[in-house]
Design a protein around this ligand. Structure first.
Ligand code: FAD
Length: 312
């Protein structure tokens, strides 16, 4: 990899890098997740956000995609913008509503755009949409990618168990299939109790899953996040977080401060316990990412041997 400082002091990436290579060099990574604008929306706003996020020098930025039709083209476009800003992109690819031809087109498009890293997902089911005859599980997609392309493949995992899974051991057996099929690192679903992550990490070790696992952390900084997360993810809300939410639910500034503080402390606890990285679900909010990345900078510099102390 060749990184040079350009005139504005940010990195101009001339060659891409596989995320597995970053894990080989560093003990703990910091990454952000963003979502593309709607197919009809102007990309200008998100482009500004990407530039701000890139200035925080994350190890990579992942770009989500919808499980239905048009989402993937925008994912590739936004991933290219991330790359142009000097940060490695990780493009999400879903399969639950797609056939092999469509997925092949998506993967060829990503390859042609110079993207090296994909997150292989089944995807969230869209009500009423036809299900794929080719892919039932993310492991089918991982196998398909491994057979035809040279991407680094990441996959999703669930410290509290996937909601459709009968129990955590069954979910971990299926996770092992994804890793055996070729996933080289895992990103967790958001969770708010670090003890759940530590228990999960022990279960993965016992199951022989040895790839790096990054902890997914979502700063709950807005009332709308709180409502959506509680309704959709099913994540357990610890008493301490529940107290903060109830007290500041209708007080935007206080809720944002409390959410940033909780997420930062969660990340520091996880990093202290040797987690291989923190993946922040920043919901395209660069100001929140800046606060948390700033607080984590000395912690990550210490863990990674001072090599990245230049982060803000
Ligand atoms: P899978 O690994 O296929 O698992 C889904 C369920 O099937 C689990 O219960 C698992 O135990 C079970 N299972 C797996 N294999 C088998 C088998 N062989 N037999 C029986 N059961 C099996 N969704 C989007 O639409 N777009 C995104 O961009 C997106 N990004 C995400 C990023 C992260 C980091 C995470 C954690 C989730 C993301 N999601 C996204 C949500 C994800 O698509 C959903 O959680 C989805 O329900 C499951 O996807 P998966 O890839 O984990 O599926």
């Amino acid at each position: 990899i060749i990184n040079r400082k350009n005139a504005r002091g940010t990195r101009a990436r001339e060659e891409t890098m596989k995320i597995s290579g970053i894990f080989e060099k560093k003990k703990a990574l910091l990454s952000f997740e963003i979502f593309p604008p709607k197919p009809t929306a102007d990309a200008a706003a998100v482009n500004g956000t990407i530039a701000e996020l890139a200035a925080l020098r994350p190890d990579y930025i992942s770009v989500t995609c919808s499980a239905g039709g048009s989402g993937n083209a925008r994912t590739c476009e936004i991933a290219q913008t991330v790359r142009a800003c000097g940060v490695e992109p990780l493009a999400h690819v879903t399969c639950i509503h797609a056939g092999k031809e469509s997925v092949r087109g998506t993967l060829d498009g990503l390859k042609d755009a110079g993207i090296e890293n994909v997150l292989a997902l089944r995807g969230d089911r869209i009500a009423g949409a036809e299900e794929s005859a080719d892919f039932a599980h993310a492991s089918d997609l991982v196998r398909f990618i491994r057979a035809g392309w040279d991407f680094d493949i990441a996959a999703a995992c669930y410290p509290e168990g996937h909601p459709e899974s009968p129990d955590l051991p069954a979910d971990i057996r299926h996770l092992k299939e994804k890793v055996d099929a070729g996933a080289t690192h895992l990103n967790t679903q958001l969770f708010f109790d670090d003890e759940d992550f530590f228990r999960f990490r022990d279960l993965l070790a016992a199951a022989g899953i040895a790839v790096p696992v990054q902890a997914g952390i979502m700063p709950l900084v807005k009332k709308s996040h709180v409502d959506r997360i509680i309704a959709l993810s099913g994540a357990k809300i610890p008493a301490r977080l529940s107290r903060m939410i109830s007290r500041f639910y209708d007080k935007p500034e206080a809720l944002a401060e409390a959410g940033i503080a909780y997420a930062t402390e969660q990340a520091i606890d996880l990093l202290s316990a040797g987690v291989r990285g923190v993946h922040l679900y920043v919901m395209n909010n660069a100001a929140v990412a800046k606060r948390i990345a700033g607080a984590l900078a000395p912690v990550l510099a210490e863990i990674n041997g001072g090599g990245d102390a230049g982060r803000p």
